[in-house]
Design a protein around this ligand. Structure first.
Ligand code: TRP
Ligand code: SF4
Length: 324
């Protein structure tokens, strides 16, 4: 039997290059060898969102990016978390076997307490329990995630072990599958590329908008004049070139060090490379965006397929814990 992948993403709206290079391309490729389920985790989003007015639009925009990038509803299940409400039921049952002390020491929880001291809600503590429910509701065994999610996966395994010990073998222990892709820095060249930091390049920009964004990128600070020799090893524009045209990098580095290329030219080249790479993506996205009902249909179909498995699992779980 094929191994089963489950992964989720919070509905952040339009995705950027960091999402694309880091996770999305990987998700697309996994579709050929695994049984894949990809979920927009809208309930998780509520743990940190006080204003939910853009939630529906964000879901729509993100799923458009998913489809345009090649997530294929004929191969994979694409759905929205809250459309399969069994997950909240499983979350409640798993919460009974999860010691509070395990949750209070999760690094992401401690970060959130610092970031939003005015909103340390109950749901925030249970975030990793809901994440565990996401995965095990479908008995997924493989979870592609970034390094920041490893503590959540470790906790998921502990919860599963505990459940299986108490009630008998029910769920596989989910394994994290790390994406090997390096961290993509934002236009500031310091922080990880993210929408919140405002240092991102959205995938769905036009060619001109992409160029304008790239022009804002911080380069080698020592290079103030066109004749100053550059240091490509400290320049994030150089790093970005590496993702789009790795073969041209050596020559570029030489030209930068010898001040034979200026930063403006270098950025123009990068914007061109990005635009060429994303051309097909952008064309597909425009076609899909013109028929909004399509995204809805994909998500409805995904939810009804996911629900078949979810119902089966819940019947088994309820029997095991003595509710049936
Ligand atoms: N917590 C994950 C993140 O912030 C999102 C997520 C929710 C998830 N449920 C999941 C990831 C299940 C993998 C599997 O990125
Ligand atoms: Fe960076 Fe390119 Fe400027 Fe060199 S020429 S400093 S690699 S932007």
């Amino acid at each position: 039997m094929k191994r089963r992948i489950f992964s989720g993403a919070r509905p952040t709206g339009r995705l950027h290059l960091g999402n694309y290079l880091g996770a999305l391309q990987n998700w697309v490729n996994l579709q050929s060898n695994y049984d894949c389920i990809y979920c927009v985790v809208d309930i998780h989003a509520l743990t940190t969102m006080e204003d939910t007015s853009s939630l529906q639009k964000n879901i729509h925009d993100m799923v458009l990016d998913w489809l345009a990038a090649g997530l294929d509803p004929r191969k994979s299940i694409l759905f929205v978390q809250s459309h399969v409400p069994e997950v909240t039921e499983l979350h409640t049952l798993l919460s009974m076997v999860t010691p509070l002390s395990w949750l209070l020491r999760v690094p992401t929880f401690k970060e959130k307490v610092k970031l939003q001291p005015q909103n340390v809600n109950y749901g925030l503590v249970g975030y990793p329990v809901l994440q565990t429910a996401d995965i095990v509701l479908y008995k997924a065994d493989t979870v592609p995630v970034g390094e920041d999610q490893l503590p959540h996966l470790e906790l998921a395994r502990e919860i599963v072990r505990r459940f299986n010990n108490l009630f008998g073998e029910t769920f596989p222990e989910p394994e994290a599958k790390l994406t090997s892709f390096p961290l993509v820095l934002g236009l500031d060249g310091k922080e990880k590329m993210s929408k919140q930091m405002g240092n991102d390049i959205e995938l769905a920009l036009s060619d001109e908008e992409t160029l304008a964004r790239v022009m804002e990128a911080v380069t080698d600070p020592a290079r103030r004049y066109r004749d100053d020799p550059g240091h490509p090893e400290v320049c994030n524009v150089f790093r970005l070139h590496g993702y789009f045209s790795p073969f041209a990098q050596e020559e570029l580095a030489e030209n930068c060090r010898a001040a034979k290329i200026g930063c403006v030219d270098c950025k123009q080249k990068l914007a061109q490379e990005i635009n060429t790479t994303l051309k097909a993506f952008r064309e597909r996205r425009a076609v899909l965006a013109a028929k909004p009902q399509y995204v809805k249909d994909v998500l409805n179909d995904g939810a009804s397929r996911a629900r078949v498995t979810a119902r089966e699992t819940m019947r088994e779980v309820k029997q095991k814990v003595g509710l049936l």
